[in-house]
Design a protein around this ligand. Structure first.
Ligand SMILES: Nc1ncnc2c1ncn2[C@@H]1O[C@H](COP(=O)(O)OP(=O)(O)OP(=O)(O)O)[C@@H](O)[C@H]1O
Ligand SMILES: [Mg+2]
Length: 262
């Protein structure tokens, strides 16, 4: 049997009296796409912060390919093949699209910031940046200033930056948030093709259930920091606890399924 790429045991984060993530157990298999859903404040980003090393867990362990990475610094975890995007757009607006990727590539290849200019003149780095940008369908924008490209293209650029470190495990935090339906379709399709390439294992937090159902092999439903359910799309859709909490069979959900889309 294949070993999991990620093995999470009892992962917990408390902020004072507030338990943001509570006793999560989860195994993620290589090349799987796992969506993490749950309403605002459910603990999704905090979960990412612990997996990627930005936050120390209060309790619990994170194993990557059988190695305990709990509490390691983010750059160490990144070196081990984990890369993440942020919920908020995180690119350098004054640089060109290609330079944004080159900065990430340069850091990955061990060039210091001072050497960035040298690195960006490096043909190999340029080619690698172009290849990534093409893969994300924004190759034709490479000479544009990143600040002026469309919102959807910025989010794609962010994914290119995330992939520059050649990760095995990619954590995307709401990759389609704030997008038009057209942009959402485009980004979903691209993530689908990256997932299908077999090069990556994806964790994706999303509020748009269309995207989740389209991309996810399995879904983790978080609710007030806890794992409410884990399973395939069908299993989660039919889970009575999930239905009760999210799918319009409870309290204040005037917008029905859409709002329930958490
Ligand atoms: N640095 C922090 N200090 C204190 N409390 C925090 C911190 N980060 C998150 N929290 C709290 O932890 C809980 C979970 O927040 P988190 O951002 O992980 O939720 P989320 O599921 O990502 O929500 P959203 O869908 O809005 O992005 C919330 O109650 C939040 O206020
Ligand atoms: Mg979040």
């Amino acid at each position: 049997m294949t070993d999991p790429i990620l093995n999470i045991h009892n992962l917990t984060k408390r902020f004072g009296g507030n338990t943001a993530v509570s006793g999560i157990n989860l195994q993620v298999m290589p090349r799987e796409t796992l969506a993490i859903i749950g309403p605002n404040g459910a603990g999704k980003t905090t979960f990412y912060n612990m997996v990627s090393g930005r936050m120390q867990p209060t309790e619990g362990t994170v194993e990557l390919n059988g190695h305990d990475i709990t509490g390691l610094k983010p750059h160490k975890i990144s070196r081990m093949g984990v890369s993440r995007s942020f919920q908020i757009n995180n690119i350098f607006p004054e640089m060109t699209v290609r330079q944004n990727v080159e900065v990430a590539l340069s850091a990955f290849h061990g060039y210091s910031r001072k050497l960035f200019n040298l690195a960006s003149g490096n043909r190999k780095v340029q080619e690698e940046a172009d290849e990534l940008l093409n893969r994300l369908s924004i190759g034709e924008l490479s000479s544009q200033r990143a600040g002026i490209i469309s919102y959807g293209d910025k989010r794609l650029l962010e994914i290119a930056v995330v992939l520059a470190t050649r990760p095995k495990l990619v954590l995307l935090d709401e990759p389609t948030a704030g997008m038009t339906p057209e942009e959402t379709r485009r980004v979903t399709k691209l993530i689908r093709s990256l997932a299908d390439s077999g090069d990556y294992t994806f964790l994706i937090t999303e509020h748009d259930m269309g995207v989740v159902f389209d991309l996810a092999d399995r879904i983790l439903v978080m609710h007030r920091g806890e794992s409410l359910a884990v399973g395939t799309v069908e299993e989660v859709k039919n889970n009575p606890d999930v239905k009760k909490a999210y799918l319009g069979e409870d309290e204040d959900d005037e917008d029905g399924e859409k709002e329930a889309a958490v």
